[in-house]
Write a protein that binds this ligand. Structure first.
Ligand SMILES: CC(C)(COP(=O)(O)OP(=O)(O)OC[C@H]1O[C@@H](n2cnc3c(N)ncnc32)[C@H](O)[C@@H]1OP(=O)(O)O)[C@@H](O)C(=O)NCCC(=O)NCCS
Length: 214
C-alpha cells in the first residue's frame, strides 16, 4: 500500500495521491486495462490512477469507465464524477458522488517558466511579477496556477480551451497556515462561472483541485 495522501474534501468528495512503488502486475490484479498505452511507464501511471478510484470509493465500477472523444474518462450513469492526474511516480484522483470535479498534480520545475506566456493572461503574469525577486515562491505560484488551469480543463472536460482567456484568476491568492492555498477563478467560456481552486505543495509536487455543483 502506498497511499501518499488522502483527504475527504466534503462528505461527498474524496481525494487521494498514490506514490507508485509497485509493478504493473500489482495494479492489473484490480484494474482492467482497456486502453492501449504502449509506453510502459505511462501504462503504470494510467493503471495507478484507475487503481485509486476504488481505493477512494470501494464500489467504484472500474469496468464501466468510458472515454469521451476529448479523452475525458467518465461513467455513463454518473454514479461518480471523477478526475485523474499523474506525474512521475505519483498518481492523483478525486471522486465525488455528487459534485463535478477536476484534479491536477505537477512537479515544480523551471520548465514551466518557459511556457508561462502560453497559459497566463497578462494580468495573471503581472500578479506573478510581484514575486519575481523571490524566485522559489514565484516558481511555486507559477506551478500552482498551471495545475489550477489543468484541473479546470479536466473539470470542464470538453477540450477546446484557451488557457489564457477561458480560465482567469479573479482575485487574491490566499495562503492558509494549514498549507492550503485558495485561488479564486472565473471560468469564462459561455458564461462567467466563479469557482475556487484549492492548491497545495508537497515539497516539489504541486496539487490543485476544483469541486463545484454539477
Ligand atoms: C488532458 C491534459 C489536461 C492532461 O494533462 P497532463 O498533465 O498531460 O496529464 P495528467 O496526468 O495530469 O492527466 C491525464 C489524465 O487526464 C484525464 N483527461 C484527459 N483528457 C481529459 C479531458 N478532456 N477532460 C477531463 N480529463 C481528461 C485522463 O484521466 C488522463 O489520464 P488517463 O488517460 O490515464 O485516464 C493535457 O494533456 C491537455 O490536453 N491540456 C490542454 C492542452 C492545452 O490546451 N494547452 C494549452 C495550454 S498553454
Amino acid at each position: 500500500m502506498a497511499l501518499f495522501y488522502q483527504h475527504n474534501i466534503n462528505e461527498h468528495t474524496r481525494l487521494g495521491i498514490w506514490r507508485i512503488e509497485e509493478t504493473e502486475s500489482f495494479f492489473l490484479e484490480k484494474v482492467p486495462l482497456k486502453k492501449d498505452v504502449s509506453h510502459p511507464y505511462k501504462r503504470l501511471q494510467h493503471l495507478a490512477g484507475r487503481y485509486l478510484l476504488p481505493t477512494l470509493y470501494k464500489d467504484f465500477p472500474l469496468e464501466e469507465i468510458l472515454v469521451a472523444d476529448t479523452r475525458k474518462p467518465f461513467l455513463e450513469n454518473e454514479q461518480y464524477h471523477f478526475s485523474i492526474s499523474h506525474c512521475g511516480n505519483f498518481a492523483a484522483a478525486i471522486v465525488s458522488d455528487r459534485y463535478r470535479v477536476g484534479v491536477d498534480i505537477e512537479f515544480v520545475t523551471p520548465r514551466l517558466r518557459r511556457i508561462a506566456e502560453k497559459f497566463l493572461h497578462p494580468e495573471e503574469a503581472l500578479f506573478l511579477k510581484d514575486w519575481e525577486a523571490l524566485s522559489h515562491i514565484h516558481l511555486e505560484l507559477t506551478t500552482l496556477l498551471w495545475s489550477a488551469k489543468e484541473a479546470i480543463y479536466k473539470w470542464h472536460g470538453e477540450g477546446m480551451m484557451d488557457f489564457k482567456e477561458h480560465m482567469r484568476l479573479s482575485g487574491t491568492i490566499v495562503s492558509a497556515v494549514n498549507d492550503w492555498v485558495t485561488m479564486p477563478f472565473e471560468f469564462r467560456k459561455r458564461s462567467v462561472v466563479p469557482m475556487t481552486v484549492k492548491g497545495r505543495l508537497f515539497d516539489q509536487l504541486g496539487l490543485a483541485w476544483v469541486v463545484t455543483e454539477v
